[in-house]
Design a binder for this molecule. Structure first.
Ligand code: F6R
Length: 600
């Protein structure tokens, strides 16, 4: 809401910055001259704007939404904002209302008419129903929210309250921004940065009322007022923009040397704290989804090797079924989530907390739910990642996790001082090494993409800790270029997947000079014998494997095995990026995906 001028162009621009979180439909609503005005439709923001002119709505106060469908297919009627029967109340919502069917039946029985198939639409109708019973708008929102189960960051406006916007939060992110010229709220901080750097976080179970009086925060349960200081965000606007790169993903790949350096700085006290908790535990579960899970998989090799501590990497959505009963007071969960809001991770944590396990977090989003449910947490320190496909997330997380593993090894006295010194020294070289790889190998990777651009399937293989690198390379490629691809620990491939291999079938091997090398050469020979085209990511001095390769990408020598996924993944990120561009796909916005998956 702005002091003067129009809210709609501000909302439109803010939605553009929020588009990475979902982009199948978009909508805005303002209140003007006693009327609720709405523009919304299916499609990406730019397309809908071309059709409807999203800037054209009058009014100083408004709300907007960019959607990633959960209930009801992308369509105009299912787009937010949603309204009540009288068309006086408009609501946008991020999250899922689990009990919406029951509420919808109840409200339908009372005569409410629903037009969409969304869960969100029950909210304006609930508010309308509460107002009928004599409550004012804010009280009605409060009582409505109390009846919702599920996750929400929701916003409601009413035509009769043209200077008031009401927000509520449970398990979906929400922040408020304050400036001289207006009050704002959004699901994330980068959206607000061009408007203000003065931010107040909103926590679960809280409601916020923005009005001419300012910002009022209340606990929903007992309506007690909450005083919370604002903080100044130091991220610059440019940090959240593309900085001259054609896509965020490429910018973020190129940012990795800087992020890795940042990750090496200033973490010591948090690393110490996390190490203290980890040292006390009988077993460690590394919990995550997607790319963050691949970081955990690699980290499990680090922890097991350096610290002699059973460490189990677990896909968060499987945790309850797999380990829900086993987890106990002696277990520690180290949850790894860039966004800190991934619903599968938070859900698994709930179960672990119930069993009295210790929860630790590694995230990129301080103030996220993960940081609040963790006993202690650490930041991956890589700045906002806008490209939907995670890139700098993987390398930064690994840099933090390797530091934690090393510190724990020291504390537990499990490796020699010599090895600790060596690894600590080598860690410092990694940012520079990644810089060199990008500088010297990007062109080569583009050339490989050009040669294999019509390939229908790729096979990624690695051994040991670089099994995780192979998995991550596969995930990057398939999620942004839609090329079905497979990844295996190289030793396992002969137990089935090798049957896919025929003449010219491309197999990408991750081959550092380490303990797995000999066995890996055996796997390369198996593939060559069946006519496969061999592409290797390889130590620059490894002449033997180069001679076996149809294509190779050089990685500087002398990377310790346990740190090798960090440099070795970089060519695979570039490969996926250029393949997506070659195929005309937008790497920043892969179809059906969202940056932060806040549903189970
Ligand atoms: C892959 C990707 C996703 C995320 C996953 C977890 O490129 O971006 O697989 O890694 O959704 O997200 P966070 O780390 O936010 O929990």
């Amino acid at each position: 809401m702005v002091n003067d001028g129009k809210a709609a162009p501000i909302i439109h621009a803010a939605l553009k910055r929020l588009e990475y979180r979902g982009y199948d439909s978009v909508g805005e609503a303002t209140v003007y001259d006693g009327r609720l005005l709405i523009k919304k439709d299916q499609g990406k923001i730019d397309d809908v704007h071309k059709r409807l002119d999203l800037d054209d709505l009058p009014g100083k106060m408004g709300i907007g939404h960019t959607r990633w469908a959960t209930h009801g297919a992308p369509s105009m009627v299912n787009s937010h904002p949603h309204t009540d029967c009288s068309n006086k109340i408009a609501v946008v919502h991020n999250g899922i209302i689990e009990n919406f069917n029951d509420l919808k039946d109840e409200l339908t029985d009372k005569g409410h008419v629903f037009v969409s198939r969304t869960d969100t639409e029950v909210i304006p109708h609930l508010i309308e129903e509460n107002m009928k019973s004599g409550l004012n708008f804010v009280e009605s929102v409060r009582d409505s929210v109390k009846r919702l189960s599920g996750s929400y960051a929701l916003v409601a406006i009413h035509v009769d309250e043209p200077n008031k916007i009401v927000f509520a939060r449970n398990a979906s992110p929400l922040v408020v921004g304050i400036s001289e010229t207006g009050l704002y709220a959004s699901s994330d901080i980068p959206t607000l940065l061009p408007l203000t750097k003065k931010i107040i976080e909103v926590y679960n179970g809280e409601m916020v009322i923005l009005s001419e009086k300012g910002v009022e925060i209340r606990r929903i349960e007992d309506w007690s007022p909450i005083k919370r200081e604002s903080s100044i965000i130091t991220w610059t606007v440019e940090m959240a923009q593309k900085q001259g790169f054609p896509h965020f993903m490429l910018k973020e790949i190129h940012e990795q040397p800087k992020c890795l350096e940042d990750t090496l700085r200033l973490q010591q006290r948090y690393i110490d704290l996390l190490t203290t908790f980890l040292d006390r535990s009988k077993e460690i579960y590394l919990l995550a989804c997607g790319t963050s899970y691949h970081s955990c998989l690699a980290a499990s090799y680090m922890f097991s090797n350096l610290c002699n501590l059973p460490t189990l990497p677990v896909i968060a959505s499987e945790f309850i079924e797999q380990y829900g009963e086993a987890v106990n007071i002696d277990s520690t969960i180290l949850a790894v989530s860039q966004s800190g809001e991934t619903a599968d991770v938070l859900h698994a944590i709930e179960q672990a907390r119930f069993k009295a396990a210790t929860i630790l977090g590694l995230t990129n989003a301080i103030g996220s739910t993960l940081t609040r449910v963790s006993r202690a947490y650490i930041c991956q320190q890589s700045g906002p990642e806008i490209g939907v496909a995670a890139s700098k997330t993987f390398t930064s997380q690994l840099m933090v996790l390797s530091q934690i593993a090393l510190r724990l090894a020291k504390v537990r006295g499990k490796i020699s001082q010599e090895k600790i010194d060596y690894l600590e020294e080598k860690m410092k070289d990694i940012p520079n090494m990644v810089d060199k790889i990008i500088l010297n190998q990007e062109k080569k990777v583009k050339g490989i993409v050009e040669k294999y651009k019509n390939t229908k399937c790729f096979y990624f293989l690695g051994r040991g800790i670089n099994t995780a690198t192979a998995f991550e390379g596969r995930l990057k490629l398939l999620e942004i270029s839609y090329i079905p691809s497979i990844a295996y620990p190289a030793g396992e491939s002969k137990h089935g997947a090798i049957s896919l291999v025929e003449k010219g079938f491309p197999v990408i091997f991750v081959c550092p000079q380490d303990g797995t090398r000999k066995a890996l050469i055996g796997n390369i020979m198996e593939m060559k014998a069946r006519g496969a085209s061999i592409i290797t990511i390889i130590d620059e001095n490894d002449k033997e494997i180069k001679a076996l390769s149809d294509e190779y990408v050089d990685i500087p020598s002398d990377v310790p095995e346990l740190l090798s996924p960090i440099p070795y993944v970089v060519p695979l990120q570039l490969f996926a990026y250029y393949m997506a561009v070659e195929k005309g796909c937008n790497p920043d916005m892969p179809r059906n995906l969202a940056k932060s998956v806040t549903v189970l």
